[in-house]
Design a protein around this ligand. Structure first.
Ligand code: FES
Length: 105
């Protein structure tokens, strides 16, 4: 499925992500700036913090407890915050749009 990452300055990167792969992995493998994924995807570093575009939040679903805990430490975390490593591509997320925080650039 398609994922579009929008940076704080408006720069857009759209990639093709295989089913089951995380939005963190897709960004790192495609050199999309703004997502580091230091912990390798186990919800333990917070460097893959993203804001999910409003119209996609419902499809992504709520953050898990572990995710929410980690997000407490993320800069500028809000209701639309998620960890990109915890969102995996599936059919209904094809076309998803997320924003990368300025602090991660
Ligand atoms: Fe570390 Fe997502 S990659 S929390």
């Amino acid at each position: 499925g398609r994922v579009t990452y929008i940076a704080h300055d408006g720069a857009r990167h759209t990639i093709e992500l295989a089913e089951g792969e995380s939005l963190m992995r897709g960004a790192v493998d495609n050199q999309v700036p703004g997502i580091d994924g230091d912990c390798g995807g186990c919800a333990a570093c917070g460097t893959c913090h993203i804001h999910v575009a409003a119209d996609w939040l419902g499809k992504v679903g709520p953050a898990s407890d572990a995710e929410r805990e980690m997000l407490q430490f993320a800069d500028g975390a809000a209701e639309d915050s998620r960890l990109a490593c915890q969102i995996r591509m599936r059919d209904e997320l094809d076309g998803i749009v997320v924003h990368t925080p300025e602090s991660q650039h």
